[in-house]
Write a protein that binds this ligand. Structure first.
Ligand SMILES: C[S@@+](CC[C@H](N)C(=O)[O-])C[C@H]1O[C@@H](n2cnc3c(N)ncnc32)[C@H](O)[C@@H]1O
Length: 218
């Protein structure tokens, strides 16, 4: 089963369920992410990857945006949300997608760990980022802290119940949890040898990190 199959089922109630099970924390992280990115770049061509219902793109609001997302259901919701904006939808996987032009920034909010092959996905996306461009990520990653252990208890035991209740997709929520347990910040960062780190912050609660990387100029 591909990761997209989980999200395809969750799509109709994805936004509502995420806001409830995260107690709004996910929304606060999103605001912080946008604020941090805009310190470095606030327009140009943006590629948002694993764009789901298009929330990230609606907050970034660049003049031209590509949204890359393999789930048809997610894309349908995003299309409604972003009506009237200069947005091009690419219904494909990060590992294989072709982007028609080089972009100034790639954003991925809770995206990269969902790629079936994260390393391959990042390598493919890197081809479409201009030299001097930014790759900005927020991702759920594991750590050794006690707080991480407690948060994982909530995520693995309570979130499937709550999420399952809201969406009727208990099994999908259980599978969703399995994607969180294995990725570390280092697993992500080792894919960026030709970048330097502009921002690397652990978020609160400490189950996620924000990383903004700038691609070296040749
Ligand atoms: C947690 S959601 C992303 C949330 C979204 N970025 C936001 O701002 O709300 C993860 C998304 O990754 C997508 N996905 C799964 N496999 C993927 C792949 N191989 N390449 C790109 N996206 C993928 C899923 O369909 C899902 O919409």
């Amino acid at each position: 089963m591909k990761n997209v199959d989980i999200y395809e089922k969750l799509a109709p109630k994805y936004d509502q369920a995420t806001t409830i099970v995260s107690f709004g924390i996910e929304e606060a992280w999103r605001e912080m992410f946008v604020k941090e990115i805009k310190k470095h770049i606030d327009n140009g061509v943006l590629l948002d990857v694993a764009s789901a219902t298009g929330k990230m793109a609606s907050k970034m609001d660049f003049d031209k945006m590509y949204l890359l997302e393999p789930s048809r259901q997610m894309n349908q919701i995003a299309k409604k949300r972003l009506e009237g904006k200069n947005v091009i939808f690419i219904e494909d996987f990060a590992e294989e997608a072709q982007i028609p032009e080089q972009v100034d920034i790639i954003t991925s909010f809770m995206g990269v760990r969902n790629f079936d092959d994260m390393d391959k996905g990042i390598r493919n996306l890197d081809k479409y980022l201009k030299d001097g461009g930014y790759f900005a990520i927020v991702e759920l990653t594991k750590s050794d802290s006690v707080m991480f252990g407690l948060s994982m208890f909530y995520i693995s035991k309570i979130v499937p119940l709550l999420g399952g209740l809201i969406t009727g997709e208990y099994e999908s929520y259980k599978k969703f949890n399995q994607t969180i347990k294995h990725v570390t910040d280092e697993d992500i960062l080792q894919n960026y040898p030709n970048y330097h780190i502009i921002t690397h912050k652990r978020l609160f609660p400490p189950i996620a990190s924000m990383m903004i990387l700038k691609k070296d100029e040749c």
